[in-house]
Write a protein that binds this ligand. Structure first.
Ligand SMILES: [Fe+2]
Ligand SMILES: [Fe+2]
Length: 260
């Protein structure tokens, strides 16, 4: 089988054929073996993770040694922009979404305290958790996830693995939120805490995937014109939402003053 054929082969299949590949990817902190999705091709992995050039060269040498142990085979070098690793020059619309993540991360940092202090018996306790649910539903989901799903994803093939992974995370999160609302109605503190915890486990990794992999990848694949369209659309959405994002920001600040 040729090098090109391997680049176009699913990573899970390659791992099944050459288990050593999983170990190598793990060493480079690319957790394909444990990823629940089953669709990335070897070339996607290299493209998506956008490693530092010297690291990528080393990874490819190690992978080719694992796949072709008996011959010296080199994977072709990928064309890349002159940009360092982990330095993301986000376009204005991506930057907007990254900035929104900052507020969501502040909420996630508060969640252990929110869970610890849950009280469904008092007016104040109910007010706090209902404001939290309002933040999750209206800021993190409606306002922010809608920018991702309804606006940004439409420029890409829905079958692309990374988009499927991100969409699945959104679906999982919505499932937990629905059960949180039910738990509040049933005054079931234990179930509520359980779903808040599950939510807080999904979101940090989800945001990291977007900030470090998905958004930079999208930026590299959108035309200048598309980026302009997106930015215009995001500004329209911001207009539509008026002062409600600011209201959510104040909620987070007040919570930080209360708990920090
Ligand atoms: Fe997201
Ligand atoms: Fe996001």
């Amino acid at each position: 089988m040729s090098v090109e054929a391997y680049l176009n082969k699913g990573i899970k299949e390659i791992i099944t054929e050459f288990p050593k590949v999983e170990e190598i990817l793990d060493e480079f902190e690319i957790g394909c073996g444990t990823c629940g999705e089953d669709l990335c091709l070897l070339k996607d992995i290299v493209e998506i993770h956008y490693l530092d050039e010297s690291v990528e060269t080393e990874l490819m040498v190690r992978l080719s040694n694992a796949i072709f142990p008996d011959k010296a085979v080199e994977f072709p070098k990928r064309k890349r922009e002159a940009k360092g690793p982990r330095e993301f020059n986000y376009s204005p619309p991506m930057k907007k979404m990254v900035d929104e993540h900052v507020l969501i991360k502040r909420w996630l940092a508060l969640l252990p305290k929110v869970i610890e202090n849950l009280n469904l018996e008092t007016e104040e306790g109910l007010q706090l958790i209902n404001n939290g649910i309002d933040f999750i539903r209206n800021f993190a989901d409606k306002y922010h996830h809608a920018k991702e799903e309804d606006e940004t994803f439409r420029y890409f093939d829905e079958n692309f693995d990374m988009i499927k992974v991100i969409r699945n995370d959104h679906v999982k999160v919505r499932g937990h939120v629905k059960l949180m609302v039910e738990a509040i109605a049933n005054k079931d503190k234990k179930t509520l805490a359980q779903h808040l915890r599950s939510y807080s486990e999904i979101l940090p990794e989800h945001i990291k995937k977007e900030d470090e992999i998905l958004f930079p990848w999208m930026d590299r694949n959108l035309t200048t014109n598309q980026i302009g369209q997106l930015y215009t659309r995001f500004n329209e959405i911001d207009e539509e939402y008026g002062d409600s994002p600011q209201r959510h920001r104040i909620f987070i600040e007040e919570l930080e003053n209360k708990f920090c």
